[in-house]
Unconditional design. Structure first.
Length: 301
């Protein structure tokens, strides 16, 4: 039976891009970033997610983090939802980033599970409740145990939704496609379920999910927007054809630690330099070959 904690329709759906942060000589390249934002929207992307993991948030200063959020909101000019990254393993730091995003005009914040600290489920609950209080806008829980070790249990999500109206969805990077129907039964259809794993984006939709926050859509934005549109229109064959076409492309985008490969791909199609900040380094020649081949096979320009 469909849950009733979050009745109705989800607020955030479709193809959303976890934006890269361009650099030039170790400084923010805001001109390239503005071009990327406009290109994404022109290609049909449904939402933008600045300064997440793909945006190299761990190596941005607070000032840089806030600037990227502000520029994204300014250039977007209300065209699509902005879900600003506001994660940290320090609750007070996450609260400050979330508060800034809310005051700047973001539509929601994306908050990752605290990494390294290894909090209990009770600690996770208190963390997300505190950040939601500070944000004053919808909060998307980012569950990525592959990077942060600690998963968010379904029971913790239920408790959060019962006790804070702003806890509005999940970016689920567990690759567990049995989870959407479970959460639909526990919480309801108004809780946005967004895949955080490109290769499972379409199966996630088929299981009851609502969209994907994607790395690959930095490069294949039009194809992925079309895939989600086809799915929503009931053109399942068309959606699967794009999924099939892109499956090796997704593999190439993660042939080394992200965002190394996707930033190299961005350089190859003229979006920005491939420069990343340490400890992310230039990808190997073998990986470069995989990325270039994937771009060619998908006819991305």
């Amino acid at each position: 039976m469909l849950g009733t904690i979050r009745a109705g329709k989800p607020k955030f759906t479709g193809s959303m891009t976890a934006l890269i942060t361009p650099f030039d000589d170790e400084k923010l390249d805001l001109n390239s970033f503005k071009k990327i934002v406009n290109t994404q929207i022109e290609n049909g992307t449904d939402g933008l997610v600045p300064v997440g993991t793909t945006g190299e948030s761990p190596t941005l200063s607070h000032e840089e983090h806030e600037k990227v959020v502000e520029v994204c909101i300014e250039i977007n000019a209300g065209r699509v939802p902005i879900i600003a990254g506001a994660g940290s393993n320090s609750t007070s730091e996450a609260c400050k980033l979330a508060s800034h995003a809310g005051k700047s005009g973001a539509d929601a914040v994306l908050v990752v599970t605290p990494y390294y600290n290894k909090p209990t489920q009770a600690g996770l609950y208190s963390h997300f409740m505190s950040v939601a209080d500070a944000a004053k806008i919808p909060l998307i829980v980012y569950d990525i145990p592959g990077r942060s070790i600690i998963p968010v249990h379904d029971e913790t999500l239920v408790r959060l939704c019962e006790n804070h109206e702003l806890v509005s969805g999940i970016k689920d990077a567990t690759a567990d496609i049995s989870r959407p129907p479970r959460l639909l039964n526990l919480i309801g259809g108004g809780f946005s379920q967004l895949s955080g794993e490109d290769a499972t984006a379409l199966p996630y939709l088929a299981a009851g999910g609502h969209g994907c926050i994607s790395v690959s859509s930095n490069i294949a934005s039009k194809l992925l927007a079309d895939m989600h549109d086809f799915w929503n229109e009931g053109n399942y064959k068309g959606a699967f054809e794009i999924h099939l076409k892109l499956i090796n492309f997704h593999d190439a985008m993660f042939c080394e630690s992200s965002p190394g490969p996707v930033k190299y791909a961005a350089e190859k199609i003229g979006l920005c330099k491939s420069e990343a900040r340490l400890p992310i380094v230039e990808i190997s020649d073998v990986s470069k070959g995989k990325v270039v081949n994937a771009i060619k096979l998908c006819n991305i320009k």
